[in-house]
Design a protein around this ligand. Structure first.
Ligand SMILES: [Cu+2]
Length: 159
């Protein structure tokens, strides 16, 4: 298994996203424990190419994990009905963005056959970025929180 551990460093957003190998698929468990409080908003989130670098900025994580470059094709938009044609890292495109709640807690769970733990489509050594809701079309959504995806578990004590 692998985990992205959100410790509250970015806008107080806390929680854990875990990735568990399940046969040919990867089970994704989203357990945000605080910080997603815009109840009118849907927060997009993705696996980005790189871990966070020494700057600590979510801008350092590159683009979405997309080994075959489908996102580079002009007019690309992920259609959740055809997830095999989406960027591998576009989790919210394939399975829905995270709806904010009064407590800021959000959970979701699904299996994804398009990502793995290791390798070209692997998530370990990359990062998860959560974006701001309510972004107009054509504008890149602000990166409000990010966390490296590490092998193993998060220390639950901190979340
Ligand atoms: Cu993103």
């Amino acid at each position: 298994m692998a985990s992205a551990c959100f410790t509250g460093k970015y806008r107080g957003i806390t929680g854990i996203i875990t990735f568990i190998e399940e046969g040919y698929e990867t089970r994704v468990k989203v357990k945000i424990t605080g910080g997603l409080t815009d109840t009118s908003g849907m927060y997009p989130y993705h696996v980005h190419e790189f871990p966070i670098n020494y700057t600590g900025s979510c801008e350092s994580t590159g683009e979405h994990l997309d080994p075959i470059g489908v996102g580079k094709v002009k007019g690309y938009k992920c259609n959740p009905e055809i997830p095999e044609e989406c960027e591998a890292g576009d989790l919210s495109g394939k399975y829905g963005a995270l709806r904010g709640t009064p407590s800021g807690m959000v959970e979701d769970e699904y299996t994804d056959p398009f990502i793995t733990l290791r390798g070209e489509y692997g998530v370990i050594g990359r990062s998860v970025v959560i974006h701001a809701p309510h972004t107009p079309p054509g504008v890149p959504a602000a990166r409000i929180a990010c966390a490296d995806i590490v092998c193993g578990k998060c220390n639950e004590y901190y979340y």
